[in-house]
Design a protein around this ligand. Structure first.
Ligand SMILES: Cc1cc2nc3c(=O)[nH]c(=O)nc-3n(C[C@H](O)[C@H](O)[C@H](O)COP(=O)(O)OP(=O)(O)OC[C@H]3O[C@@H](n4cnc5c(N)ncnc54)[C@H](O)[C@@H]3O)c2cc1C
Length: 431
């Protein structure tokens, strides 16, 4: 069995397969699994990048699986082999694709070049360092810092709310010579409301909480173009924007087209009711990358977890000469946080929470779903510190000068390669 993608979908498939005695190889382009729901905390200097990253090899070994680093580049369905972008190839009896999605710019001019994404650990570090450099610049020049968050879904709301709090309470303590009023946080959403899937009362609450934190919330507003220092709205207005964050949509990465599988809306791989890729007997897709056009699931952690488990169960059934079963998503509810002691929770039974109670529920659930004891402890300490010592100068985790991953010096790249070689050469790690 080969599982591509060490996110929620891929990891949740492993244990069922190894328990059934199958040999499982987990493949991911990174050495770690990223806990995306807390990336905005890394970007706003509340968590360390390591708090939201867990070693994929360690997780695989915990369930007697093997980990290989590499990006899936091609699938030869006739010979049942996959090729990785690092040149390695491997055979499979069954393949589960759980490679997630990435930022979609919908062809908006300048968006790819001039906005920051928030989909990977690197995205979060790069954004944090640019924000910190922006704050620092205010202490030496007379301008303002305009931050625009595009997209009023959970990611956009969480980021805009936390940035506004950062400005109001933390900035003053960390950069005492900067007037927080010089930092402007704006949230732009093309729909008439925030947080699309939530009840209208929770949407209104989220909007009111953002306004109370001083966020300039623009609903019914479409971005037409992004430049290095502006966002141009479709209705003709130009708004200054030194840092523009794109949280407005997701699509399959460009590499997926090379796999030769059917793709649906936003490039997602089309699956049938049992999660097998359309036209394929031995390839399943799970999580954000997969879509059953007749019964699409939201692109969230819970559907990915349930789909990963379901795909694994179907493989066990097929090996036992049993027919596969259709996937049914059990919606447990959804939540989003706006800031300190402010969140919205909507449970499947119709129960709705908001405010402090919802915020504690959000806090507890995120700790529960984080992988690894160390990550839970450090996240608990860092977030507790952040929210207890609010307004204290040490409540931000500072980074360095902004750096792009592509611009790392050759020496750093070599170090990364050496780390991979050491990992692969472990004596009890089968090749
Ligand atoms: C900022 C942010 C906040 C979010 N907040 C929430 C939230 O609060 N609650 C919630 O339920 N959901 C949230 N989500 C959505 C949730 O994180 C995703 O729905 C979930 O991660 C999907 O899981 P997945 O396994 O499909 O993909 P992912 O978790 O994205 O994992 C995909 C994995 O595949 C790897 N990969 C990609 N391409 C390849 C390749 N070619 N070869 C090999 N490996 C590859 C990646 O490195 C990655 O490890 C958030 C998402 C983001 C970006």
């Amino acid at each position: 069995m080969v599982i591509c993608g060490a996110g929620f979908g891929g990891l949740s498939a492993i244990s069922r397969l190894t328990r059934a005695g199958m040999r499982v190889t987990l493949v991911d382009g990174h050495l770690y699994s990223t806990f995306q729901p807390l990336l905005y905390q890394v970007a706003t200097a509340g968590l360390n990048p390591g708090d939201v990253a867990y070693p994929a090899g360690g997780f695989a070994r915990r369930y007697d699986a093997i980990f290989r680093r590499g990006e899936l580049a091609a699938i030869d369905t006739a010979s049942r082999r996959i090729k990785l972008s690092n040149g390695h190839d491997m055979g499979y009896d069954y393949l589960i694709l759980a490679t997630g999605v990435t930022t979609a710019f919908y062809g908006i001019k300048g968006a790819a070049e001039h906005t920051f994404g928030l989909y990977t650990r690197t995205d979060a570090i790069v954004l944090r360092d640019h924000l910190m450099a922006g704050f620092e610049r205010l202490s030496v020049d007379s301008g303002d810092l305009n931050v625009t968050v595009v997209g009023g879904g959970a990611t956009g709301v969480e980021l805009a709310g936390t940035l506004a709090e950062l400005r109001r309470t933390v900035l003053g303590a960390t950069f005492p010579d900067v007037d927080p009023a010089r930092v402007r946080v704006r949230l732009v959403e093309m729909a008439p409301h925030l947080l699309g899937p939530f009840h209208p009362k929770l949407q209104e609450y989220a909007k009111a909480q953002l306004l109370a934190r001083g966020v300039d919330v623009r609903l019914d507003t479409r971005i037409g173009e992004v430049t290095a220092d502006q966002v141009r709205l479709v209705h003709g207005e130009d708004l200054p924007s030194d840092i523009t964050v794109w949280a407005a949509g997701v699509a399959a990465g460009p590499g997926v087209a090379g796999w030769g599988l059917p793709q649906g809306k936003n490039g997602r791989i089309v699956v049938g009711p049992d999660l097998r890729v359309q036209g394929q007997d031995r390839i399943f897709a799970a999580g954000d990358i997969a879509v059953n056009p007749d019964d699409p699931t939201p692109q969230l952690a819970q559907p990915a977890i349930q789909m990963g488990r379901h795909a694994a169960e179907q493989i066990v059934r097929l090996e036992g000469k049993q027919a596969t079963e259709p996937f049914t998503y059990h919606d447990k509810g959804t939540m989003a946080t706006i800031g300190r002691r402010s969140a919205v929770v909507q449970l499947a039974g119709g129960l709705r929470l908001r405010g402090t109670l919802a915020w504690f529920a959000w806090f507890a659930l995120h700790l529960f779903y984080l992988l690894g004891g160390r990550n839970r402890v450090t996240t608990l300490i860092n977030l507790t510190y952040r929210y207890l010592f609010w307004g204290h100068g040490g409540a931000v985790i500072v980074g360095d000068e902004p750096v792009n991953a592509q611009e790392l010096p050759v020496a750093s790249k070599n170090l990364v390669l050496q780390t991979v070689v050491v990992h692969w050469a472990k004596p009890n790690c089968p090749q």
